[in-house]
Design a protein around this ligand. Structure first.
Ligand code: AMP
Length: 482
């Protein structure tokens, strides 16, 4: 049987994917469509909007990329300078890079140009890349907003818009940016919105942005992948280091992500692991883009088997073969638990998720159990054992939670960014007259992701206020678009 015959008979052909695209998908190992692909590709090829509730790892990248590629390949028209035919918005830089990789893979052999617009890396090269116009632009909302405001990018020709991981965009305070960006795209655009969970704000966003969408739900909301074996280890905070190191001595833990709630905590865990003889890479929003990418590459290629990460930095990371997820502490938001453990058990493989729980975290554990609708078994209880003594030679670091220590409180929380003041620079072009599309948010507005019950304080809120250096083109902190 020839390759072509195989391609013609595979499931993607029956969904309407043809020619070079079908061959490239096949060559990439995408032969049997995943449920989300089977459900989302045909309606998108018909021009319908999509509202997809899907977990990371469900195959949603190809679910939105294949129809867009198929449509762009069929276009005869030329691109205008500084425009993008399709725009994919992702909450984190890592996810955006991954999406571009998948698109390149699927577009192999077709003449499709892609570009990335991300915070934390050189703006100049991005402006240069989009100058002749691109077919598919993958971007994080903050930097994209800057480029549009400065007139380096025009979205009026953008006929396909994808919002990936909508709930995470919400958590990171990106929703106003997303709305403004969507408003600047072609009014007759086709839109797809994906989210792993469905908070009310996402339902509202969908109402505003989608036209008569086809609703797709590939796994029940907030349930965890069935392949992941989950358990709890009871340990006081002071015991956790020792418990973790003992666990990691087991070679069956071949590729492990350890989650920490805060950036400072992630650094501390990494240092303690090094003291205990474990080489671990660390990834969080205060690390430079290069350091983050290096950590990820080292973990992906197996040069380090342990990656310590905060929630946001790890979001969307698709590293195949992660054997274990260890929650060094419980996340502030129960939904994050679902995303954390979703790093393992991907692609139908088995995975193990272990959560270390101090008695003070019992309430958070109950919340997790509520949303995953199951009780997590306790596989070990260290509460009866004494706390280990720390080596007095080790520099003790009091645990404190710095103002911006929690990942979800990045500098974005004040709603301002370089150039957001009226500094005479161009605003978004092509907007209805009189509407200040990119005006700064009024000060004091509650960040989009902040909980009304005061559970989370907008502690990153004041940090960049009045920082003229940043507002007028100064270097943005690395965690801006984390
Ligand atoms: P995503 O949710 O898009 O990040 O995809 C999760 C993983 O599934 C990635 O490693 C993809 O390469 C892989 N994948 C997606 N669709 C398919 C498919 N139809 N067949 C095989 N692997 C797939």
């Amino acid at each position: 049987m020839t390759n072509e015959n195989t391609a013609e008979q595979n499931g993607f052909a029956t969904l309407g994917i043809t020619g070079a695209l079908l061959k490239a998908a096949n060559a990439a190992g995408f032969t049997d469509p995943k449920p989300i692909q089977a459900q989302a590709i045909p309606p998108q090829l018909e021009g319908r909007d999509i509202f997809g509730i899907a977990q990371t790892g469900s195959g949603k990248t190809a679910a939105f990329a294949l129809p867009i590629l198929s449509k762009i390949i069929g276009l005869g028209t030329k691109r205008r300078p500084k425009t993008a035919r399709a725009l994919i918005l992702a909450p984190t830089r890592e996810l955006a890079v991954q999406i571009e990789d998948t698109i390149k893979l699927l577009a192999k052999g077709a003449h499709i140009s892609t570009a990335l617009v991300l915070g934390g890396v050189s703006r100049y090269s991005q402006v240069k890349k989009v100058a002749p116009g691109v077919d598919i632009l993958i971007a994080t909302p903050g930097r994209l907003t800057d480029l549009v405001r400065e007139g380096d990018l025009i979205l009026a020709d953008t006929k396909w818009l994808v919002l990936d991981e909508g709930d995470r965009m919400l958590d990171m305070g990106f929703i106003s940016d997303v709305k403004r960006i969507a408003k600047a795209t072609a009014p007759d655009r086709q839109t797809a919105l994906f989210s792993a969970t469905m908070p009310n704000e996402i339902a509202e966003l969908a109402k505003g942005l989608l036209k008569d969408p086809v609703r797709i739900e590939v796994s029940p909301q907030s349930t965890t992948a069935a392949e992941i074996v989950q358990s709890v280890v009871l340990a006081r905070t002071k015991q956790k280091r020792q418990v973790l190191s003992k666990m990691l001595a087991d070679e069956a833990m071949s590729s492990v992500i350890v989650f920490s709630r805060t950036k400072h905590g992630a650094d501390r865990v990494t240092k303690d692991l090094a003291r205990d003889g474990f080489n671990a890479a660390v990834i969080h929003g205060n690390k430079s883009q290069n350091a983050r990418q290096k950590a990820l590459n080292d973990f992906r290629d197996g040069s380090v088997r342990i990656l310590v990460a905060t929630d946001i930095a790890a979001r969307g990371i698709d590293v195949p073969g992660i054997s274990h997820v260890v929650n060094f502490d419980l996340p502030d938001e129960a939904e994050s638990y679902v995303h954390r453990i979703g790093r393992t058990g991907r692609n139908g493989r088995d995975g193990i998720a272990i959560t270390l729980c101090d008695p003070s975290e019992n309430g958070k554990l109950r919340q997790v159990e509520r949303i995953i609708r199951m009780r997590l078994p306790v596989i070990a209880d260290h509460l009866g054992s004494p706390d280990p003594q720390r080596d007095p030679k080790e520099k003790t670091e009091a645990h404190f939670e710095a103002a911006n220590d929690r990942e979800h409180h990045g500098g974005r929380r004040d709603g301002r960014r370089p150039g957001s003041g009226n500094n005479g620079k161009k605003r978004f072009g092509g907007q209805p007259s009189g509407e200040r599309q990119f005006a700064p948010k009024p000060q004091g507005e509650r960040p989009a992701g902040a909980k009304p019950n005061g559970e989370r304080k907008p502690d990153g809120f004041k940090r960049f206020k009045g920082n003229n250096k940043r507002r007028f083109g100064g270097k943005r902190p690395a965690n801006r678009a984390a």
